[in-house]
Design a binder for this molecule. Sequence first.
Ligand SMILES: *Cc1c(COP(=O)(O)O)cnc(C)c1O
Length: 376
Amino acid sequence: MNEIKMVDLHGQYLKIKNEVDLAIQHVIDSTAFIRGADVREFQDELSTYLGVKHCIACGNGTDALQVAMMALELKPGDEVITAPFTFIATVEVIRLLGLKPVFVDVRPDTFNLDPEQLEQALTERTRAIVPVHLFGQCADMEAIMEFAQINDLYIIEDNAQALGADFLSSDGSKQKAGTIGHLGTTSFFPSKNLGAFGDGGALFTNDESFGKRAASLVNHGMQKRYYYDHVGVNSRLDTLQAAILRVKLQHLDDYHRLRQGAASWYDTTLSDIEGLQTPVRSPFTTHIFHQYTLQIEASRRDKLKQYLQEKGVPSQVYYPVPLHLQRAYADLGYQEGSLPVSEELGNSVLSLPMHTEMEQDQLAYISDHIQQFFKA
Ligand SMILES: *Cc1c(COP(=O)(O)O)cnc(C)c1O
């Protein structure tokens, strides 16, 4: 059996090596390293894949969130509601722009923002909600959009972990995650489902004026060459990364199927274990398994992690400490106990190896050892 890894980027690369190497060489030969043709082509191809009007590539997923908030022209002191059980980037940019993060707890089953708790977080200064589509499935966008419409709020979807997942509305229509709110953002960090060979990110919108503004903001706020209408940032996707991502986008749906295949193996072999909960799917979304995350009694979680490590099986805790309890954000005034679901999840979640190159013998080995642990 090959060594088991959390993610296997090298194995994935070897399968598309010829295509990727050619694409890279082509960019080097052109020397159009910044704003080259591949960037425009990639933006067009990703727009088509997602069924969204505007796609603006940028330097990384954190910048995508920041630029989305800048495009909405939120003002210092404005409040932005988001979830505390996510990667730090989401709340970091809210703070950097002088906005105030307001946390709403997540659902204990799907780990996504709980729409029923939005009302109690609403104030006169609330301007936007940033739902995060965590681990590969959508938050309840229908409920969140309805709340936003009633209260005249913007929605920015942090779609770093669910690029390509489908959201299914109650009227039967289907939209890609990240294209439902006013703006959506994603990350091409190498371990994301669509990963570059370095940093990268993008924003999406169906709104022409937000799209135009975001496109200008990522390039210093420039409109015409050397004329600046907005204070912007320097956040561009390298042409090399765009060329690699164009190749990988062709394989993205296959990558999802491979992840879903590994997930159903885990589901079948682990679902009957007492004291362990396999991922709960929401009915209104497909799941593309950026992570396959178990819930285990808090008293046994670290023991299982240790046990697996001894057997050569890596696992990870995403995320051990919810954002409202991070020292950098202590001045927001949240206490332990204020967002109990996220705090409990920090003690009980464990993500298993999940990538496009999982082999049958590896999956069997992992689930056998998890079963053994719970028998003992
Ligand atoms: C990865 C990630 C980001 C940030 O992306 P970077 O490209 O690393 O800046 C933002 N939000 C979530 C939920 C993420 O998982």
